[in-house]
Design a protein around this ligand. Structure first.
Ligand code: GDP
Ligand code: IMO
Ligand code: MG
Length: 415
């Protein structure tokens, strides 16, 4: 069975924890979009491990991690990440494959992203160069992992790109120009280190599927950050919905057999842009503190608020999600009443074009007092927690398959 995990809100739903939990059942764990903007957290041997580009199922020693061609890759961050992972598995490099089709994130992408974030154009990006790298990809001037091994043409393309970027840097942003030879030398060093892991994702995943192996597709970000269907322009620069899997790995869409959504038991967002159920008062503060809601990539405080069923309904529809995993339910313990947005004053369905002005329509259900972080069986969940889950199922139309009650791998309740 090939299964996809996708985020149903604005990212940080707990996808990493769920992928790590499911990985033992899968031969391959593949990322298909995004890059070092992602921060997927796993608890392993009591430690917090944050993945940015490596698929987070690789801590399971039977799982091969594939970084697909739809991703953008920052070699510096990747090599550092792999270096950290060798602490847990000295042979980890043997279980990581990087697509030759991935576009490279270059120092000028990061610099331009950082500079733009200091202007009126700011949207609150992670400043990892993601958007600028995807701009070059679609502008057909990008450099790919596979280009690193054709040194002469890589050097020519790089010099041309840097001369163009330097014009922008100097004339538009009044910044210092970059040195092409320094960047060339650096990327040649990366090329050597990456080489044993570089391959053709389309073949690796295709052959695995053909020989009956199981693939776990790991989405980054969430549906509301999708470049087309999210809260544009406050989105990331890739497709975060399930439709992106085939493209991001060079495999046919029908190979994705099941799409499971991950949603937090409340809502968070990091960066700017509309967020109808945002609570800037006590509840938001409380959720941020009890849920430790600070960005895994940038450390920024996350904006928090009640669960928005209309957001999840919308996200589930565009990704074909029929079942979901509800995370961080433990964080809601102690709240007297739990609010759920079931629609908006203007209508029941989310229209991303109108998201800025939507006023949520809430229903309220009783909260639960008990600490549920040690619960591992459905029958031990308090009645009010079960009622909250059932209400979410009813209002989203999506079955809750598992509930996550803590950051650890085993803190999961099967429903
Ligand atoms: P991702 O980007 O979707 O993988 O999510 P992040 O890792 O950015 O953010 C989720 C955060 O919540 C991480 O710090 C996780 O360790 C933590 N987490 C995941 N599931 C649970 C849960 O059920 N309960 C609690 N308390 N924390 C969780
Ligand atoms: P994971 O995979 C939450 C947000 C940024 C910003 C917008 C654009 O951990 O869920 P970008 O750097 O991508 O150009 O920023 O998208 N963003 C995320 N928010 N989780 C993420 O990833 C995110 N990746 C990007 O905060 O608002
Ligand atoms: Mg994250």
């Amino acid at each position: 069975m090939n299964l996809a995990i996708v985020g149903l809100q604005w990212g940080d739903e707990g996808k990493g924890k769920i992928v790590d939990y499911l990985a033992p059942d899968f031969d391959i764990n593949a990322r298909y979009q995004g890059g070092s903007n992602a921060g997927h957290t796993v608890r392993f041997e009591g430690e917090k491990v944050i993945f940015h580009q490596v698929p987070c199922g690789v801590l399971n020693r039977n799982t091969l991690g594939v970084i697909g061609g739809g991703c953008v890759l920052d070699p510096k961050i990747l090599l550092k990440e792999i270096g950290n992972l060798t602490k847990y598995d000295p042979a980890i490099r043997e279980r990581i494959r990087i697509s030759k089709f991935c576009h490279l994130i270059m120092p000028y992408h990061i610099l331009i992203d950082e500079i733009r974030e200091g202007t009126k154009q700011a949207i609150g990006t992670t400043k990892k160069g993601i958007g600028v790298a995807y701009e070059d990809k679609y502008g057909r001037t990008g450099l790919r992992v596979g280009d690193l091994y054709n040194v002469e043409s890589f050097e020519d393309k790089l010099r041309l790109n840097i001369s163009r970027k330097n014009l922008v840097l100097m004339d538009v942003y009044h910044a210092e120009p970059l040195s092409d030879s320094e960047i060339f030398d650096l990327y040649m060093k990366y090329a050597e280190e990456l080489k044993p892991m570089v391959g053709d994702d389309t073949r690796i995943v295709h052959e695995a599927i053909n020989s009956g192996k199981n693939v776990l597709f790991e989405g980054a970000q969430g549906a509301m950050l999708d470049i087309d269907y999210g809260t544009y322009p406050y989105v990331t620069s890739s497709h975060t919905i399930a439709g992106s899997i085939g493209i991001g790995l060079g495999i046919p869409p029908y190979t994705v057999e099941r799409v499971v959504g991950v949603a937090k038991a409340y809502t968070t967002r990091v960066g700017q842009g509309p967020f109808p159920t945002e609570d800037s008062g006590d509840l938001g503060k409380l959720l941020r503190e009890s849920g430790a809601e600070f960005g895994s990539t940038t450390g920024r405080p996350r904006r928090c608020g009640p669960f928005d069923a209309a957001v999840v309904r919308y996200a589930a529809r565009i990704s074909g999600v029929k079942e979901m995993i509800l995370t961080k339910l433990d964080v809601l313990a102690g709240l007297e009443k739990l609010r759920i947005a079931v629609g908006y004053e203007a209508g029941d369905e989310l229209d991303p074009f109108a998201a800025e002005h939507l006023l949520p329509r809430y229903i309220e259900v009783p909260g639960f007092k008990e600490d549920i972080s040690h619960v591992r069986s459905r029958k031990d969940l308090p009645d009010n927690a079960l009622n909250y889950i059932r209400t979410i199922e009813k209002e989203t139309g999506i079955r809750v398959d598992h509930v996550s009650v803590g950051p650890e791998r085993d803190a999961v309740v099967k429903m």
